[in-house]
Design a protein around this ligand. Structure first.
Ligand code: NCD
Length: 330
């Protein structure tokens, strides 16, 4: 296992499957009345959020607390210090306080990489989303959700997503979720198709390990999972499509379009959803939409990542009873 988690592209198939299998173990903890493991007791993890977040921030915090870590939350919004300097200063402060791991979300692509390789800090760094670059734990929780739904909860262990057809739809240009998913899904053997208006397809996409289509209706019947992406208005500096209505008509998912998908196929969304834009309420609230499941799975996947990065060499979940453990220690 690597020291930091910066990009989904850095994960080998074995790393990814190990994280997904460990996350299955962690998910079992969520079914217990007391959802806590002593694994990271005495370790301090700092969540450094320079950009807005609801799901990811809460999910990391829940994961850290379930592993019994001490948690420091740092929301840097509103800071007027220039990015490079503030990151360095913040990193040195954290280092001085002796944090054991840093989870960072930043508007600048490359900020987590800088933090991990600068020498400012010695702790493992986990990228919780950087600019339009990467969001590896999102890709892992998406793969976990797909594996559970498409391969099977009990048979999924040790398995990848070989041959599954996954379609990502929408604002690929500005989406770190799309980039991370393309990388990880490719590593796991899935066949990925991107569907977007030509203006929202990144330059150089032909070098990505996936197909590109502009015709959603043609791709839907051949998809095992369809992931809708939010139009990232906050990252747009120009008009990329004529009107919202036109975007929805061509690239939005409504009930009629969803009916074209195979019966077993699922609809995914990383959240936050813009209902009425990329997805209608009918689809978002349907049984085929896994958005809430993705959030729940996110906690298990982040527990697995933190456990493995912080040197989990012992089993994460002990199955023996406390009495049996006392016996063993005699
Ligand atoms: C995504 C993000 O922030 O990259 N959301 C998330 O982490 N769940 C996607 C988005 O903001 O559209």
């Amino acid at each position: 296992m690597m020291r930091h988690l910066i990009s989904a592209a850095d994960l080998t198939r074995d790393d990814a499957v190990l994280i997904l299998d460990t996350a299955e173990e962690m998910a079992r903890v969520a079914d217990r009345p007391i959802k806590k493991l002593p694994t990271l007791r005495g370790r301090t993890i700092c969540n450094l959020f320079f950009e807005d977040s609801t799901r990811t921030r809460i999910s990391f915090e829940a994961a850290e607390k379930r592993l019994s870590a001490d948690v420091i939350n740092f929301a840097a919004k509103g800071s007027s210090v220039s990015k490079g300097e503030s990151l360095k200063d913040t990193a040195q402060t954290l280092e001085a306080m002796g944090v054991d791991a840093v989870v960072i979300r930043h508007g600048a692509s490359g900020a987590p990489y800088r933090l991990a390789t600068s020498g400012w800090i010695d702790a493992p760094v986990v990228n919780a989303g950087d600019g339009t670059h990467q969001h590896p734990t999102q890709a892992l929780l998406d793969a976990f959700t797909m594996r559970r739904r498409l391969v099977g909860r009990d048979t999924g262990l040790g398995q990848d997503l070989a041959g599954r057809r996954i379609t990502l739809v929408g604002d690929v240009l500005h989406s770190r979720v799309a980039r991370s998913n393309v990388d990880l899904l490719h590593t796991l053997g899935a066949e990925v198709t991107l569907v977007a208006p030509p203006t929202l397809v990144p330059v150089g996409v032909e070098t990505w390990p996936c197909e590109v289509s502009y015709d959603l209706d043609a791709v839907l019947p051949k998809s095992d999972a369809v992931m809708m992406l939010r139009v990232q208005r906050e990252r747009m500096n120009a008009a990329f499509f004529p009107t919202e209505r036109e975007y929805s008509r061509r690239y939005g998912l409504d009930g009629e379009r969803m009916a074209k998908m195979p019966e077993h196929a699922i609809v995914m969304h990383p959240g936050p959803m813009v209902r009425g834009m990329e997805i209608t309420a009918e689809v978002a609230d349907s049984d085929r939409c896994t958005v809430v499941e993705q959030v729940a799975n996110g906690v298990s996947v982040r527990m697995a990542v933190l456990y493995l990065l912080l040197g989990g060499s012992e089993p994460a979940v002990t199955t023996t009873t406390p009495a049996a453990r006392t016996e063993e220690n005699k």
